[in-house]
Design a protein around this ligand. Structure first.
Ligand code: ATP
Length: 326
């Protein structure tokens, strides 16, 4: 590996709260360690088009508390092709950029893995997604904030559910993973939590409503992960209405409010630790890895592994949630 002098940081894929805190930590640690720091705007787009800005210590002032990403994020189609990646490499060469820190999800790391292999560019990745679905870390940057956002929304909906004796069916994000649903469901005392990792049988759901819930409760909350095999909150509501026409139900699909907002303390600290470690990892000459926090220790996982393996939810928590909802 050639000596690294100039490092670019970028955010790619969906934005998540805490990305800014990570950018700040990368930039300030980089400057502290004597590197020249720049930011590639709109993910890999910036590398291809040369849309790259210098980043100083003051460029990242006052951003630790802001959601989204000051570097903007985008999906960059050209980077899927070798030709696009070659353009990015040529541009990097012409701008004197020697290494990259990429913050994003598994797509971002797949691109980084290819790019590193093809052109020998040193790259370190940080897990930035609200979905928590990345192998190699207990928590991704943004997940805790998203769970807290859902929790606050559900608490508010529960006030109405209680006051009007209604059953609220609330759909939350997470793509094909149930992390947000499970954690927010436990935190809000949801009566039922439907996640993709555990098959949902409508008949069983109706049975539980009939036996356990209808007799004891007049209002309730069902949390449905967007990727659950029930087909989503609207479908679940239809099934319930078909079988229990006397229930008053409402659906709430929380949507993109879950992606934004000021990051929680946990996300800010996680992002700060990982951002700092990204620079130290490059300094040590290590590349092609995602950094994560496992049992409160910073650990490296190769891009290869982090992409290939899945992060599994703790299904025991589902059982606990059922017990606590009686
Ligand atoms: P999120 O979890 O929020 O979706 P992500 O990083 O998985 O984040 P993607 O849109 O899948 O989001 O990927 C981000 C970018 O990474 C893509 O727009 C593309 O530029 C690059 N990328 C993704 N997959 C590949 C691939 N197979 N080869 C090269 N580049 C890729």
């Amino acid at each position: 590996m050639n000596e690294i002098k100039k490092i670019a940081v970028l955010t790619s894929g969906g934005d998540s709260p805490g990305m800014n805190a990570a950018v700040r930590a990368v930039v300030r640690t980089g400057i502290y360690e004597g590197y020249e720091m720049v930011g590639s705007l709109r993910g890999y787009h910036g590398l291809i088009s040369g849309d790259v800005v210098p980043l100083h210590s003051r460029s990242v002032s006052n951003i630790i508390q802001r959601g989204g990403t000051i570097l903007k994020s985008a999906r960059c189609k050209a980077f899927y092709e070798k030709e696009g990646r070659k353009k990015a490499y040529d541009k990097m060469q012409s701008m004197g950029i020697d290494a990259l820190v990429v913050i994003g999800g598994d797509g971002t790391f797949t691109g980084a893995k290819e790019f590193g292999k093809e052109f020998g560019v040193p790259i370190v990745g940080l897990p930035g997604t609200i979905d928590n679905d990345l192998f190699g870390t207990d928590y991704t940057i943004g997940y805790d904030t998203a769970v807290n956002t859902v929790m606050e929304a559900v608490d508010k909906l529960r006030d109405t559910a209680y006051s009007h004796d209604r059953l609220f069916i609330i759909e939350v994000m997470g793509r094909d993973a149930g992390f947000i649903a499970l954690r927010s469901g436990i935190a809000t005392g949801a009566e039922m939590i439907l996640v993709p990792e555990s098959p949902t049988y409508i008949a069983e759901l109706l049975y539980m409503l009939e036996k356990d819930w209808k007799k004891n409760k007049t209002s309730g909350i069902i949390i449905v992960a967007e990727g659950d095999d029930s087909g989503g909150a609207m479908k679940v509501e239809r099934e319930i209405n078909d079988h229990f026409p006397d229930y008053e139900t409402r659906v709430s699909i929380l949507g993109h409010i879950q992606r934004g907002g000021s990051p929680s303390a946990m996300d800010r600290v996680l992002a700060s630790r990982l951002g700092n470690a990204a620079i130290m990892t490059l300094k040590e000459g290590v590349s092609g890895v995602m950094l994560g926090l496992i049992d409160n220790k910073i650990e490296m996982t190769s891009f290869e592994k982090s992409i290939k393996h899945h992060q599994y939810i703790n299904l025991e928590l589902l059982d606990i949630a059922r017990v606590l909802a009686i």
